[in-house]
Design a protein around this ligand. Structure first.
Ligand SMILES: Cc1cc2nc3c(=O)[nH]c(=O)nc-3n(C[C@H](O)[C@H](O)[C@H](O)COP(=O)(O)OP(=O)(O)OC[C@H]3O[C@@H](n4cnc5c(N)ncnc54)[C@H](O)[C@@H]3O)c2cc1C
Length: 342
């Protein structure tokens, strides 16, 4: 097997959505599992840092990457099974996430519409159990195939094995760095029940004059909301929400509600209470604040942006300053959702 070319000293700017100018010593594209495995084991890089990159919409390079960046571009999107009520749709890890969503929406298959237009590729979607507008990948997840990067074995993970949580999975915790996700299969409803409980979806459907929405209508509403609320990385570098919404115990939540009337609180996992990270950041005065070439977005404080020319280290410093401010004011520690590299 002949290996694809390995590029040297490559700017990563086109390969991640923060648009900072970190360099990788080497970069290669894998479009087959065998190539991915061979590149991963390339003698030159076996003892050096190696990383997989999808669409680069959830990473922050804080310095140059002195090793091999492998772009996962495994293709293929197909219906693999159907039982009359559901269909299984499988995508290669390198397929654009929204392409999979669009494919399902066009056919009226339900389950992905609330997750329309999330940037990135299918292979990274299970990493943090992507979620938006009242839905999460885990709701429709069937299985994934992953390459064990130590043994070369291809394993299947069902929902339980993935240990999905809020913006979490086993691949971000115990199994971090152990696997390359090769494919993702979701289970979609042929006669869907739509999830339009989220207020913004209801309002947008109303504005669109739609009373009995279809899968396609919900997808369009979500796209409208996202395009009006979130900065487009092609225009303003960002990686979506920089921090997760923090979860606190009931006692702390009650004490916070007492001290800060109007603080939004939602049910979290396992009896915890979820706080809105964007609100906490805004209360600390960071919304729309700019520091040099970086800042917290004017419409959505949770989104840190690169106004042009910012370095990854500057963005990370901004994140640290914001985290410290929230800790001082509320006693709550924000955890980054974005994966720091370096
Ligand atoms: C404007 C904007 C809006 C966003 N909105 C949302 C949102 O609503 N909800 C949400 O959940 N996220 C959101 N995100 C975050 C991001 O889109 C998702 O996390 C997405 O799944 C990342 O995919 P990616 O291919 O870009 O991953 P990358 O950024 O390339 O990689 C993310 C991590 O996964 C690893 N990885 C990538 N591919 C593989 C693979 N095949 N196997 C193993 N590891 C891999 C990488 O090493 C890295 O650690 C948003 C981002 C932006 C820029």
């Amino acid at each position: 097997m002949s290996l694809p070319p390995i590029q040297r000293q490559v700017s990563l700017r086109p390969y991640h959505t923060f648009g900072t100018d970190a360099f990788a010593s080497a970069l290669a594209v894998a479009d087959q599992p065998e190539t991915l495995w061979a590149l991963w084991n390339h003698p030159e890089f076996r003892d050096r840092p190696r990383m997989l990159l999808g669409g680069g919409s959830n990473v922050l390079f804080v310095r140059d990457f002195d090793g091999l960046v492998l772009l996962n571009r495994l293709g293929g999107l197909a219906e693999v099974d159907s039982d009359g009520s559901h269909v299984l749709l499988r995508a290669g890890a390198g397929v654009l996430w929204h392409h999979m969503v669009h494919y399902a929406v066009e056919r009226g298959w339900g389950g992905l519409e609330n997750l329309s237009l999330i940037p990135g590729l299918c292979g990274a979607a299970p990493m943090q159990n992507i979620g938006a507008y009242g839905a999460e990948l885990k709701d429709v997840f069937h299985e994934l195939e992953a390459l064990d990067l130590q043994s070369g074995e291809v394993l299947r993970f069902d929902r339980q094995a993935c240990q999905f949580g809020y913006r979490e999975s086993v691949f971000k915790r115990q199994a971090a760095g152990h696997y390359a996700i090769l494919s993702l299969t979701v289970r979609l409803a042929l006669r869907p029940t739509l999830n339009v409980t989220y207020g913004a979806i209801q309002d947008t459907l109303k504005q669109m004059g739609i009373v009995e929405p279809s899968v396609s209508d919900v997808s369009k509403a979500v796209i409208n909301i996202r395009q009006s609320k979130l900065p487009d990385p092609a225009v303003l570098g960002n990686a979506g929400s920089f921090f997760k919404n923090p979860e606190v115990g009931a006692a702390q939540a009650a004490e916070l509600a007492d001290r800060f009337p109007g603080m939004p609180q939602y049910p979290g996992g396992e009896g915890m209470i979820k706080l809105a990270a964007g609100w906490l950041i805004e209360q600390c005065g960071w919304k729309g604040k700019r520091l040099g070439n970086t800042g917290a977005h004017a419409q959505q404080a949770l989104v840190l942006v690169n106004y042009g020319g910012a370095t990854g280290a500057e963005i990370w410093q901004l994140a640290c300053d914001i985290r410290e401010a929230v800790l001082q004011q509320f006693g709550v520690t924000l955890v980054p959702e974005v994966n720091r590299v370096g």
